[in-house]
Design a protein around this ligand. Sequence first.
Ligand code: PBG
Ligand code: ZN
Length: 335
Amino acid sequence: MKTNRIGNSVSFPALRLRRLRRTAAIRDLVQETRLSVKDLIAPIFVQDGIKRPRAIESMPEIYRLPTESLIDEIQSLFDLGLRSVLLFGVPLRKDDSASSAFDDTGVIQRAISLVRKHFGNKIVIATDVCLCQYTVHGHCGIVSKSGHVDNDSSIKTLAKVAASHASAGADIVAPSAMMDGQVQEIRAVLDSRGFSDVAIMAYSAKHASPLYAPFRDAAHSTPEFGDRRSYQMPFSNSKEAMREIEADINEGADIVMIKPAIPYLDIIHQARNATNVPVCAYSVSGEYSMIKAAAMEGWIDEDSVVTEFLTSIKRAGAGMIVTYHAKKMAELLNR
Ligand code: PBG
Ligand code: ZN
């Protein structure tokens, strides 16, 4: 016999955690973290100048869509209970000033107004605000004559891009270029043009990660020289991630994002505890493709791995998750 903290004798082993695991119904009752389809944001690639959906080799079952297919695709997400999309444009033209990124008749602007017109406010339209798909060199900012990515001219352009998305009808703009001061500049320009209602979801702790490789195939945004380590975060630094998050909140971010998700659960957790803003996690293309590849080989069970990974991201503290598994996860949740 042993005595417990309140003085009663208990026989060993007192702790029988297995009691609450005995049946599926009990396990369901004590489940702490529950994913909802409403937590999920589906990324969508919209490509200019194509007529049919184009497969992305490194991302099985994900397509670049022509604007003509957008409504059907989003309707199928809507029918599953999904309500939020994150749109990425793949333009026809690239140049040094990323001019097709802030062209009011550009592919992403047309996509936004189409979706807004068709779905009204029933769909949350978030848009990625970056320059890498739109510049010839594929960097996320403007490259100066000396060959480096220039911060202060880049944030001016990013703000123009955000304003053009807002004007087309975006609910949320999501700057992902990792330029210093981008949130403040975007907030100021949005407010000055009458878009004070448009929210900013800052890609705050966006790490320089090889897990973006499939995305760069999809969006044609691989940098032609160098890499993104002079602006994206090093994966070794969590204090720096918190400084990025703090800075973005101070600059006016409405939602902060951590990216990638699975290798960064500690940062998601810290962000959740240190702030009171909604925290979003972006489970990126490489995370998707690794699961897909192993599942296609029959080495893991896709449905259970996807459920475990996405639930773990939520358990760590993410209130919303951008994931290429959104449709599959919604199907599983609706079962
Ligand atoms: C654009 C952007 C990238 C991703 C989201 N926005 C690519 C990059 O930074 O190279 C990556 C998303 C993914 O891998 O799914 N800056
Ligand atoms: Zn970019």
